[in-house]
Design a protein around this ligand. Sequence first.
Ligand code: 3H9
Length: 694
Amino acid sequence: MTETVTITRDGEIAIVTIDNPPVNALGFGVREPLQKALETLTGDASVAGIVLACAGRTFVAGADITEFGKPKQRPELRDIIETLEAIRKPTVAAIHGAALGGGLELALGCHFRIADKGAKLGLPEVKLGLVPGAGGTVRLPRLVGPSKALKMIVSGAPVPADVALASALVDAISESSLLANAVAFARDKAASGVAAAPVRNRGGQIIGADLAAFDADAAELARKARGLEAPLACAQSVRNAITLPFDEALAAERELFTKLVSGDQSRAQRHLFFAEREATKVPGVGKEVAPREIRRVGVIGAGTMGGGIAMAFVNGGIPVTLLEMNREALDRGLATIEKNYAISVSRGSLSEDAKAGRMALFAPTTDYADLAECDLVIEAVFEDMAVKREVFSKLDAVAKPTAILATNTSYLDVNEIAASTSRPQDVLGLHFFSPANVMKLLEIVRGEKTAPDVLATALGVAKRIGKVPVVVGVCHGFVGNRMLSARSADAENLLLEGASPDEIDKVFTGFGWPMGPFQMYDLAGLDIGWRNRKARGQLAVIADRLCEQGRFGQKTGKGFYLYENGSRTPVPDPEVTQLIEDSARERGVSRRAVPAGEIIERTLYPMVNEGTKILEEGIAARASDIDIVWTNGYGFPVGKGGPMFWADFEGLPKIIERLEYWHGGNGKDVFRPSALLKRIAAEGSPLSTFVGNG
Ligand code: 3H9
């Protein structure tokens, strides 16, 4: 076994190298030898300066998350940083790849930081439901100022090296030979004879900080936290760095970290961290499967969905051939894309040059023959099997032999679409979520003939464009929309029995969802569901009546709610209340107050149940995949870890008991507990760690 920490020498400069693949996480196996190395070097008079560097693909990516919740082993990271800060000789962190969380905190314990030009630096603990726990919230503001520190810590988003340099987080950028430059830097500092100040002693940025402005920013962030504790704790901790002496602020940060790390929200968010990585490990698609090369993507359809998909690829630097039926539709689609980029420019998140660069990556066309040069083509046309089959047979005729052909269908049978080509092994579903250039989730739908290298390619390209992929099987609505149907199955009855759309939506937002089901219907447009129901001979009493009155949601200014003067704020509408009351009377349904707990039982419990049926059928490989679908595609609150994780928390026996109760009352299939749910509950094992045997 190679040693995790080694010391080498370049003359009077010592280089301490951490080597703990894959991401140099600071587990006990690193902390112990690192502490020893630093203690040795402190007392070694022949050492004039120290460089702290990492082997492999990155600097330290943080504490070892797998150790959280287990008994602490000393030295802790804060002990190491304390040792580092007490060293009188210049210490320099040489950062390549990413310095994240405890990794950046370690670097903040050094006197100086040099970053490779491609490096990223950040404190992403908030995404794990935590505050940084080794001084990050107390030291970072001393370097970059409270306002920037607050933004970095509450968002958890890392900054690139140039931004880090501009904000004095790093002292220099290395264009090449990071280690040599770091050694030269340390040598210079040692030779200067000027004692370097540890970050704890640098007060310039926080003395006289504008606390009122800080509090205003923090209040704005608190508003967006939607029930999550960590963002608020992060803001509090940065505030402490301004108002309390260094050591007190450090102790307060520690207290917050300790409280959060043992809390339910952090447990949920850590579950999601590992779930996201598990989801990329797909049965039958091992590392030995070589993906195909994707240099150009074709998108058929430049409507809302197609345009968003095309932007997602272009944003990831992949050129797109965008096809529409005629010039007008194409121009309309491109104009919308350009307008979206213009909004980013006006918000300052994109430069004019970058916008021009992105627009230049689009090759618009109305000719299928132009798709011949594409390595992957995604169809995003009207949701109708006959239309899709026609598109795929045309595509089959022009696409190159190695091309991958994908459908963005939300519901239709991918196997049937694949069968309309001569190459079903090259066909799969790539189900994006609207707006496709923003939403992270990508359901990769594996057809019964889809080849492993096609799946490997889809997983790889998803990562390139910053999506979170989950591989799912073929069924109506796949994982997400199928469970969404289960969530909605009893919603109209709740309305008829006495709950208003607003009451139901408030239960959802109180749970942590960004919006409730009725706000969501209004946003998506009620006409889509209406059309689908008509095609399938289904009925939705209230939604159908709203549609008959031309109330299609936000786009018509009226749906389940009223949207006055183009506003997006839903206002409860007495006309809708009347319509619901009339419908209830006609059906002889007596109305009553519906408690919040019942709303949860009749919406979220069937959804969990449907998830277990999806697992039974092998449509999803693991319960945690379902959690990734729901937290990334539908706004299930991350602090509750996704529906399967939440179900464990809620208690499976209770869920089964209530499902059976409601099933007894209404006989709806979505309430009949699945055999798998019953089995897992009987075994007393958790649902969220369930893995199928596919
Ligand atoms: C923290 O630091 C708290 C401190 O403030 C206070 C302490 C007292 N630990 O993502 P990848 C695994 S909290 C353990 O696929 P990439 C990961 O599970 C931490 N394991 O690679 C995966 O395992 P597997 C703050 C970790 O190249 C493998 O490494 N830091 C950790 O796409 C490869 O990961 C963070 O939150 C970890 N810290 O992305 C950063 N990190 O192969 C978390 C990764 O078995 N990490 N693993 O599935 C990341 O954001 C990404 O891993 C990174 C690389 C960007 C570094």
